[in-house]
Design a protein around this ligand. Structure first.
Ligand code: UD1
Length: 338
């Protein structure tokens, strides 16, 4: 059965392509390669023993996308990752985010409807909850005004799916990720930040590898036990497996609502200092860090209530923070040697 993975050469997309192939699905990837490399397809093949089909296409290229769907009328469902995801960049260049993430998704949904592809798994984010009033956040927690254009594009994507399903025979599974980290056990695929990383774990691993001199902890005066922000870090392989389960729920007609939403996290909150300490413990390395000012737009604490995903999807994150740090470090060593 052929599944289209948009953004399948990216971080979460590539791990999901592996899990899909391991579960017997035929994967076809499209990606505009603006933030990734086509070599990833070969690494997915090395891991899973099968090379996914690949075409370089930008979702903003309507004609290209039309031709693609015309040629691939056997696509049964879509897992949609292709999007830009840097919060700061989105503040600097909002229209780039609106065009890429929103217009691109409109084009994708248009083609799906035209071609009768009626199932999509959508890559959303805990960013839609903003600064939550109560923790842990459940799927019913209120959606707050977006803190960034990036966050707004994720909210808009969710809304488009709800609205599309109201008037079409169309099913979606919206997955709200908390903080994805770690890498595949093989160390052949992982997160490949271009330039200076924005995210905590790539910054830690690059500091340990000597690429960055000092990690800046963005504030230690928050109202948390050690003063640093709390997030729910989740291993990318756990996340990838959840996509296969979400897809199969729709393929097997098990979904109760046309548009369903699930939080994907571990349910545990860890502070920035706890992440640094876990990295130091499992690698035996010391991270040089300094305490800097708060980062604009950061929420104080957020972690997920995983009850709905556990009970309804029958999915539970299996890997702990130590494993996330070990695999992230293994991956960093691999890319430093390339
Ligand atoms: C953000 C987005 C999330 C998005 C993710 C991927 C929000 C609220 N969250 O997560 O939706 O999916 O990026 O791009 O928009 N930190 C440091 N030093 C650093 C880097 C980070 O102390 O050098 C701290 C941050 O201040 C934060 C924590 O580490 O407290 C995690 O930051 P990060 O990895 O950037 O993820 P989020 O901002 O939580």
């Amino acid at each position: 059965m052929k599944i289209l993975v948009t953004g399948g050469t990216g971080y979460i997309g590539s791990h999901t392509a592996v899990e899909l192939q391991n579960s017997g699905y035929e994967v076809i990837v499209i990606d505009n390669l603006c933030n990734s490399n086509a070599d990833v397809i070969d690494r997915v093949a090395d891991i899973s023993g099968k090379k996914p089909e690949f075409e370089k296409i930008d979702l903003c290229d309507r004609e290209g996308l039309q031709k693609f769907f015309g040629k691939n009328s056997d696509i049964k469902a879509v897992i949609h990752f292709a999007a830009l995801k840097a919060v700061g960049e989105s503040v600097q260049n909002p229209l780039l985010y609106y065009r890429n993430n929103i217009s691109g998704m409109i084009n994708l949904l248009d083609e799906m409807l035209k071609c009768g592809v009626d199932k999509i798994v959508y890559s959303s984010s805990c960013t839609v909850y903003g600064e939550a009033d109560a923790l842990p956040v459940t799927e019913d927690s209120p959606i707050k005004k977006a803190e960034s254009p990036y966050g707004f594009t994720k909210q808009a994507g969710e809304q488009m799916l709800f609205d599309t399903a109201r008037v079409n025979d169309f099913k979606s599974c919206i997955l709200r990720y908390f903080n994805p980290t770690g890498a595949h056990d093989s160390a052949l695929i992982g997160e490949l930040p271009i330039g200076v990383p924005n995210n905590l774990v790539p910054y830690i691993t690059q500091t340990a590898a000597g690429i960055r001199e000092t990690l800046t902890v963005n504030g230690n005066d928050y109202d948390t036990p050690d003063g640093t922000n709390i997030r729910d870090y989740i291993h990318v392989t756990d996340l990838a497996k959840a996509h296969v389960i979400a897809l199969e729920r729709m393929l097997n007609g098990k979904n109760i609502e046309k548009t369903e939403v699930f939080n994907l996290g571990t349910g545990r909150g860890n502070s920035v200092m706890e992440v640094i300490n876990a990295f130091e413990k499992v690698t035996g390395l010391k991270i040089k860090y300094r305490i800097g000012p708060r980062r604009q737009g950061d929420v104080v604490s957020i972690y997920s209530d995983t009850g709905k995903a556990n009970q309804i999807l029958g999915w539970k994150a299996e890997r702990d923070l130590d494993n996330m740090m070990l695999t992230a470090w293994k991956w960093q060593k691999h890319i430093s040697e390339l």
